[in-house]
Design a binder for this molecule. Structure first.
Ligand SMILES: [Zn+2]
Length: 121
């Protein structure tokens, strides 16, 4: 199946999203829980050691942290936005996307999305 990636703006991640992320990075306390892991009841601390401020642009830089959307942009509607580790956010997104594709592939059979229970990495 061909995959095309929509632009940042098309995915609703331009404008306010990076602005919100800048504020979240600025204000994050040391040891703040990773939001994505907190949702499954696991304390996964984040550290300010991965956040720096660009001398060139004055912006907060943290390639390992993302402003996570919950319940997820795929569901539409208002999102709770908090910081998660990039890996945790992307893993959850991939798992959800796989479940949705699997459900679509067997559409008509009244299939429900089946979320994998595999969570050891
Ligand atoms: Zn996490």
């Amino acid at each position: 199946m061909a995959r095309t990636r929509r632009s940042t703006r098309e995915r609703g991640l331009a404008g306010q999203h990076p602005a919100d992320r800048q504020v979240a990075l600025r204000d994050m306390p040391e040891g703040a829980p990773c939001f994505r892991c907190e949702l499954r009841g696991v304390y996964h601390p984040m550290t300010r050691a991965v956040i720096s401020k660009s001398q060139a642009t004055g912006r907060w830089v943290a390639p390992l942290l993302e402003l996570d959307d919950y319940p997820g942009r795929v569901f539409g509607g208002p999102q709770v936005k908090r910081l998660s580790w990039k890996r945790c956010n992307r893993q959850a997104g991939a798992r959800l996307g796989n479940a949705i594709r699997a459900a679509r592939a067997s559409a008509g059979a009244g299939a429900q999305p089946r979320l994998s229970r595999y969570d050891r990495w």
